[in-house]
Design a protein around this ligand. Structure first.
Ligand code: G1P
Length: 293
């Protein structure tokens, strides 16, 4: 078994153009759209932090500078809140801010695919295993998804990805993983394929956008081989790594709900789900939705 090291760093690829969410994303990054009262990216950073992540690496692009501002102090606002004794608001704001020196930002200079975006983080990650979280996908469950995965990694070592079942007629929209035991919470991955043509998927378990990866993925991504859709695909590099001796992949089945906030319907549903569970908003929202229907 490969050596188990602590997972300290997480990569967030946030360079995507958000074309599925126009016109909202013309001038505002899709990661800054709010689910209830936090930007989508803040929810995902909070998931990473709940799993013990200490350093947050953002692979950004043109027009995404506001994400960097979001994870910085806003002195004018903080001074105003403090002056007005709005302590709760101020505390909430500060509690979600990563510590100084614990964020890094680099740019993916051209839209060449997810694999290329991850490769752009190679120098900042260095020679250690890391987490990767795709910010579009909000994972909403009793236990944060990445925390479950890191717990599994502490036993399996190697590489771990989250999977969840999708209806058979949707497998062509995702990366799909074949596993040894489809019913087990944690199972060895036997095959992976990115966006398989209809009727050819090895299972109905889709790759949900949460990964723990060994640094050996980087030289494979560095080959810059184009895959599905002409893009450099992360899944192709994962297949190559899984085939190399000593770099096994395990799947952790996520049993909560997943909302694709890069799509309009996923975003609307996320707002309802996250709103309903809030003490301050839930009862009113539930009653209003009932009336509406
Ligand atoms: C990416 C991955 C795919 C995964 C999906 C989850 O695809 O390549 O394997 O299933 O995210 O959202 P994309 O949605 O960027 O096309």
């Amino acid at each position: 078994m490969t050596k188990i090291k602590r997972i300290r760093k997480a990569v967030f690829p946030v360079a995507g153009l958000g074309t599925r969410f126009l016109p909202a994303t013309k001038a505002v990054p899709k990661e800054m759209l709010t689910v209830v009262d936090k930007p989508v990216i803040q929810h995902v950073v909070n998931e990473a932090r709940a799993a013990g992540i200490e350093h947050f690496i953002f692979v950004t692009g043109r027009g995404k500078a506001v994400i960097e501002d979001h994870f910085d102090h806003q002195f004018e606002l903080e001074a105003t809140l403090s002056g007005k004794k709005k302590t709760r608001e101020l505390d909430e704001l500060l509690a979600e801010l990563p510590e100084a020196g614990c964020t890094s930002f680099t740019r993916q200079q051209a839209p060449r695919g997810l694999g290329h975006a991850v490769w752009c983080a190679r120098d900042i990650v260095g020679d250690e295993p890391f987490a990767l979280l795709l910010p579009d996908m909000l994972h909403h469950g009793a236990k944060p998804c990445l925390a479950e995965m890191i717990e599994a990694y502490e036993t399996t070592g190697g590489n771990v990805i989250a999977v969840a079942p999708v209806p058979d007629n949707q497998t062509h929209q995702y990366g799909i993983a074949g596993v040894e035991d489809a019913k087990a919470k944690v199972s060895r991955i036997t095959s992976m394929v990115e966006k398989p043509p209809k009727g050819t998927a090895p299972s109905n378990l889709h790759i949900t956008g949460r990964y723990v990866l060994e640094p050996e993925i980087f030289p494979l991504l560095g080959r810059h081989e184009a895959g599905a859709g002409g893009e450099i695909q992360l899944t192709d590099a994962m297949i190559a790594l899984n085939n190399a001796p000593g770099h096994a992949f395990h799947a952790v089945r996520f049993d909560g709900d997943i909302y694709d906030c890069g799509s309009k319907i996923g975003f609307l549903l996320a707002n309802v789900a996250y709103g309903l569970e809030r003490d301050d908003l839930g009862p009113q929202l539930r009653a209003a939705i009932k009336d509406m229907l």
